[in-house]
Ligand binder design. Structure first.
Ligand code: FES
Ligand SMILES: [Fe+2]
Length: 347
């Protein structure tokens, strides 16, 4: 039976994107940053993920705590910038309400007398935080299964092979396409011959395979003689981990509205080994090539002529899996839980 693609509206309708924020991104483990940036009490990382401004901080007991970066007074931000130290408390930038590092309202600074005001009801909205191999993930769903369950297939592939830990560089690539256009391009090797001719010369594209395990899509392609072995894993809904020649490239594919995606690459490298420059150059070239085709596809989706196409069973099983997951999430019960009424820290 012919497998059709998802309809074009899924890639350009702002209402679909709004629904994806709650149905996809508020219900999955999303990569936020590196645990190495949270070494001391008060260190924080902040990021806006699918339109949710979030902050993760290490508290005085050493526990990672996650919150919406949204003050309970009138929605001011608690921290600015991607990382830093907030000292012993989170102080809103707007009117100075002060919160403990576990999210309780310590002081509604100079608020004045107010009948019925109970500070215990104004703790920060909390999100779940877990770390895995030095990578910090957040989940807006308080009932989420442990992160380790999601990543078990990657652990099995890695075995006792450790990730490099030295941050060699970070690169951001804005791309004018819906996040799913970029993800779907990542999930198939069908385009390699035409879009990435230099990669096509290195690998046996005819034997390129994507296999799914749980929430992970694992890419497998035999390398021609001389090419190095790598690991290419993609984790629902928007993270790729590429381990290649002693360089780990962490590739979050971050939606930035319905028509924009930002790749925030982090390159980790073991400084005792060679290969960083070559890995960066290859990655930059492939990203430029993918950006070009993804932006052209988005323009064509926006033009309003194309609605649905067909997926190749030979090459595009990863897309079939991904599109089914997206559509199941969109069709699922509307759960206001994580997004509309997040758990507040109380106590
Ligand atoms: S918005 Fe935070 S103190 Fe007013
Ligand atoms: Fe590509």
């Amino acid at each position: 039976m012919l497998i059709t693609t998802a309809p074009a509206a899924l890639y350009r309708d702002p209402a679909v994107f709004d629904r994806e924020r709650t149905a996809v991104f508020a219900r999955a483990w999303i990569f936020l940053g590196l645990e190495a940036d949270l070494a001391e009490a008060g260190d924080y990382l902040a990021e806006t993920l699918a339109g949710y401004p979030l902050v993760v901080v290490r508290d005085g007991a050493g526990t990672l705590r996650g919150f919406h970066n949204v003050c309970r007074h009138r929605a001011g931000p608690l921290v600015e910038g991607a990382k830093g130290s907030c000292g012993g408390e989170l102080v809103c930038r707007y009117h100075g309400w002060r919160y403990t590092l576990d999210g309780r309202l310590r002081s509604a600074t100079d608020f004045g007398p107010a009948d019925g005001f109970d500070p215990r009801a104004f703790g920060l909205h909390a999100v779940a935080v877990q770390a895995w191999r030095g990578l910090v993930f957040v989940n807006l769903d308080a009932d989420a299964a442990p992160l380790a369950e999601t990543l078990a297939p990657v652990d099995r592939l890695l075995g006792d092979r450790a990730f490099p830990t030295n941050v060699a560089l970070r690169r951001s690539h804005p791309i004018d396409c819906n996040w799913k256009v970029y993800v779907e391009n990542y999930l198939e090797g069908y385009h390699i011959d035409r879009i990435h001719p230099s990669l096509a010369a290195e690998v046996e594209t005819g034997r390129y395979a994507v296999r799914m395990e749980g929430q992970v899509a694992i890419h497998e392609v035999p390398a021609n003689a001389g090419a190095a072995e790598g690991l290419w894993a993609w984790i629902w809904p928007n993270l790729a981990l590429n381990l290649y020649r002693n360089v780990l490239i962490i590739e979050p594919m971050r939606p930035d509205g319905p028509g924009r995606t930002r790749l925030d690459y982090i390159y980790l490298h073991d400084p005792k080994t060679e290969g960083l420059e070559a890995a960066v150059a290859t990655s930059e070239r492939l990203t430029d090539e993918d950006r070009w085709i993804c932006q052209r596809v988005q323009e064509n989706l926006n033009a309003g002529v194309y609605d649905q196409g067909a997926l190749s069973a030979r090459h595009e099983n990863g897309l079939r899996w991904f599109q089914a997951r997206v559509m199941a999430a969109l069709a699922g019960p509307r759960n206001p839980g994580a997004a509309a009424a997040p758990a507040a820290a109380v106590g």
